[in-house]
Design a protein around this ligand. Structure first.
Ligand code: ADP
Ligand code: RBF
Ligand code: MG
Length: 480
């Protein structure tokens, strides 16, 4: 049962005021109202239960049905959270939350400091004639609080900050940190935006994010594990994910022991701690050179203990989404192409050559379920014997209710112009893109697969990646 934020009751009358900050980048508080609403309302259940109908001679793909009760519960939970937070804010003229400014600054540092993208943006700004950077750094803040965190993020290099909360009043309060001189809520203008929405409902086009901060909000999510997973899926490789939960100063042992086990929640996500060791008050980032002894799939390299900083009344964990191309050793597979569950993936526009899992069992041992990229070829086909880029899904297809067990599906980024069932396919897997997840329908899955393909193309075009492939696997990839 997620705890409620009763401890926060942050505001009391007449003890100083939130200072409205002048910023040409911000939106008026009323914009939070204008933007909010749709994502939180109770969903029409009928929309959930519609299934795509796919013609097939074999059993049609069936989209797994979400548990209707869970949907209702989540909406009710979110409304309850909204009401609690609205109540917290209403009538308050000032914030008495301890260490509010220090905490905002520390969290913004954890999310951005030492961030390779932040450094690149600073360099870019330095080099440009007018000192303004052409690059963007997008941050997602889950939990508006007073808006100080959004402001600190903008001050420390973020160009776009999207602030989410269930409470309209909380969003309005946060927006007061900005004077609202900007009239634009549209387009790609930099600045802070405020959205009344659940993190699981944030559309992909709002990202990808370079930093996500759960601002004392993870424990109060309807499903913290799912919220984290969805947030991670909105990130860009190399992004920072910061989870900070307030701890009251007088927290007793019992309270501390019921603390959310964030390390356990991220265990199945492609995140790694930014730390070598859990040192109080200090974040450290391992350099690439230090990573030589890491396990084969570094994306699963989550450290037991992550950064715990109680200095600002919070427990803060900082993780990094690994940059692409992180498999320490390429994984080579060679197996006959077998029949899959039907023509589903081809009808989705993404035919997948299913490899015989018995043949690749050994290679699969060290691989987690998820989406990978690499190169593939049909060695016995004179025309298509050269390596071409591919994406690979190793998983159980949780979006569909059409079969069990792990399959290895390879979508080659090449037009073969024919089927090749029964032929041998060689695959070299080089990097991990993301964990497998259940999507609400075909459309959402296909949209994400298209994004996967884009990321894979980018990574595989990278010269360092290609050179490494040539060295370690001993082949020359074609330019396809
Ligand atoms: P199945 O469910 O039987 O795997 P799919 O709809 O996934 O059927 O189609 C996969 C088949 O399509 C592969 O086995 C292969 O013969 C063919 N195919 C054609 N082009 C490609 C491609 N670019 N990538 C993968 N498979 C392809
Ligand atoms: N299926 C899922 O249920 N969840 C996923 O996250 C998922 N990701 C995929 C990513 C790629 C690049 C590919 C090629 C397939 C993915 N699939 C996923 C598998 C998909 O469901 C499968 O191809 C069809 O069900 C046909 O077997
Ligand atoms: Mg297939």
């Amino acid at each position: 049962m997620p705890r409620t934020p009763a401890r926060a009751a942050p505001c009391g009358p007449n003890e100083g005021r939130l200072v409205a900050m002048s910023s040409a980048l911000a939106f008026p508080a009323t914009r939070a109202r204008a933007l909010g609403g749709s994502a939180l309302g109770a969903r029409p259940l009928g929309a959930r239960s519609k299934r795509p109908v796919i013609a097939s001679s074999r059993p049609a793909l069936r989209v797994a049905r979400a548990a209707t009760d869970a949907v209702v519960d989540k909406a009710a939970h979110n409304e309850e959270q909204a009401a609690l937070r609205d109540e917290m804010v209403s009538g308050c003229t000032e914030c008495t939350m301890p260490f509010e400014a220090e905490r905002a600054s520390a969290l913004a540092n954890a999310a951005l400091a030492d961030h390779s993208r932040a450094s690149a943006i600073a360099r870019d700004a330095d080099e440009s004639d007018d000192g303004t950077s052409k690059m963007s750094l997008r941050a997602l803040v889950v939990g508006a609080e007073t808006g100080k965190l959004a402001r600190a993020l903008l001050q420390k290099g973020a160009t776009h900050v999207l602030v989410l909360d269930h409470s309209r009043l909380m969003l309005d309060r946060a927006a007061e940190q900005f004077d609202g001189t900007s009239s634009s809520t549209m387009g790609n203008d930099s600045g802070a935006r405020f959205l009344r929405a659940d993190v699981c409902d944030v559309p992909a086009y709002q990202g990808p994010f370079d930093a996500v901060v759960f601002n004392d909000s993870l424990a109060t999510q309807a499903d913290p594990a799912e919220a984290l997973r969805r947030a991670v899926l909105l990130t860009r490789p190399g992004a920072r994910v910061v989870v900070s939960e307030r701890e009251s100063v007088e927290a007793d042992e019992a309270e501390s022991s019921t603390r959310l086990d964030v390390d356990a929640l991220v265990a199945d996500l492609p995140l790694q701690s930014t730390l070598d060791s859990p040192r109080l008050g200090k974040t450290m980032r391992r350099s690439d050179d230090d990573r030589g002894d890491s396990p084969r799939d570094e994306s699963s390299d989550v450290h037991e203990s992550s950064f715990v900083d109680l200095s600002c009344g919070s427990v803060t964990h900082t993780y990094e989404v690994p940059p692409l191309f992180k498999l320490r050793d390429a994984v080579a597979m060679s197996a006959p192409v077998v029949e899959g569950f039907g023509r589903g993936s081809r009808l989705m526009g993404v035919p997948t050559a299913n490899l015989d899992v018995d043949v690749v069992a050994e290679a699969l041992e060290g691989m987690r379920r998820g989406v990978y990229f690499g190169f593939a070829r049909l060695p016995d086909d004179g025309k298509h014997g050269r390596w071409c880029k591919c994406v690979v899904n190793v998983g159980a297809r949780p979006t569909f209710a059409d079969g069990e067990g792990v399959t290895v599906e390879v979508h080659a980024l090449r037009d073969f112009g024919r089927d090749f069932y029964g032929e041998r396919m060689d695959v070299v897997v080089l990097g991990f893109l993301r964990p497998e997840m259940r999507f609400d329908g075909l459309q959402a899955l296909v949209a994400r697969i298209m994004a996967d393909i884009g990321l894979a193309r980018g990574a595989l075009d990278d010269r360092a990646c290609r050179e490494r492939v040539d060295e370690s696997v001993g082949f020359q990839a074609s330019d396809e």
